[in-house]
Ligand binder design. Structure first.
Ligand code: SF4
Length: 315
């Protein structure tokens, strides 16, 4: 299988009080054609910043893509002139954001906003057909509605329709169902999965919900403090997690079978990017930490083909 996109050693910084702090620290991954990579981790781990870097949507200043190579269709997206990037953004790579209420323009109708996508990329298509593909029954009403006149689930379907308007090769979905209630979430995730299959897209799915990843992703990348901690095929990651952080995340999934009344939690918080602990950034919260973890920064190691982990326990 060939790769749709690959990212090598991506480093992104943000400035505060004139000094830059790295929030994405050497992230590398690739996504095979027509597969989904799930990216998980607590808030502030660098998931969304990595995705926005692919789209070159990091506002500069205060952000800065320090280094890295993002290969897409034999070109490095990070060195493309902005004019060429505009032809890719929203067309060959598109993105669905977390909250459709803030990502749709409140002063234009949904139909106008979808039509704008066709116009921008000189594509032909039917707004009505797109809306019916994403499961909207009364397409005429929705086309003529403003975002605030629709429910959260409907708004997110409109966002999906916009993202699919130019049949992208890669769809980035950044917590696409977080703002929705659980039943709507399930329907939208099923919709995304079936659209991915019919349109042959690859997908980068960002979420903090391990259940969604288990259901949607072919591979999973676990991020913590701006780094990749573990990357493996989904089944392998769930059956044999290696990194203590991955194990802790999996233990926090509620289960009806578990007898204990208390849900396990990971003690402590994700460290601030400008105040990272020495050695392994996870050591203050890690139940397996030993003396070396406070001193040496662990490198990423391939344990077997396709399964990598960043932890001194596996060196
Ligand atoms: Fe825990 Fe040490 Fe591994 Fe970090 S390197 S995850 S602190 S055991």
């Amino acid at each position: 299988m060939s790769s749709c996109i690959s990212c090598e050693n991506l480093r992104v910084s943000f400035s505060e009080h004139k000094s830059y702090t790295q929030v994405v620290r050497g992230v590398s991954f690739s996504i095979e054609n027509q597969t989904t990579l799930g990216v998980v981790g607590e808030s502030g781990c660098g998931k969304s910043v990595s995705a926005l870097s692919i789209m070159r949507l990091i506002a500069s200043p205060p952000g800065k893509i320090e280094s890295g190579v993002i290969n897409f269709e034999n070109r490095n997206l990070l060195s493309l002139p902005e004019k060429q990037m505009q032809k890719i953004r929203g067309c060959k790579i598109s993105m669905i954001f977390q909250d459709p209420m803030t990502s749709l323009n409140p002063v234009f109708t949904c139909g106008y906003q979808i039509g704008e996508m066709f116009e921008q990329h000189r594509e032909t298509g039917s707004c009505e057909q797109l809306l019916s593909e994403v499961g909207i029954p009364d397409t005429f009403r929705v086309m003529n509605s403003y975002p605030h006149q629709l429910s959260g689930g409907m708004r997110q379907r409109v966002m999906i329709a916009m993202a699919l308007s130019c049949t992208p090769k890669l769809l980035i979905a950044d917590e696409p169902t977080t703002a929705l209630d659980v039943t709507v979430q399930a329907r939208l995730l099923d919709l995304l999965k079936s659209l991915q299959e019919t349109k042959g897209m690859s997908m980068l799915l960002i979420t903090h919900n391990m259940g969604i990843v288990a259901n949607m992703a072919h591979e999973v990348m676990v991020m913590y403090a701006g780094e990749v901690m573990e990357h493996a095929p989904t089944e392998e990651l769930f059956n044999s997690p290696l990194h203590p952080y991955t194990r802790s995340l999996l233990e926090t999934i509620p289960s009806l079978d578990k007898k204990s009344k208390k849900l396990p939690v990971i003690p402590g918080d994700v460290p601030a990017p400008n105040d990272l602990p020495s050695g392994c950034s996870f050591h203050p919260r890690c139940s397996k930490a030993f003396s070396r973890c406070k001193i040496d920064h662990p490198e990423i190691h391939e344990i077997k083909p396709g399964h990598t982990v960043r932890c001194h326990l596996y060196e």
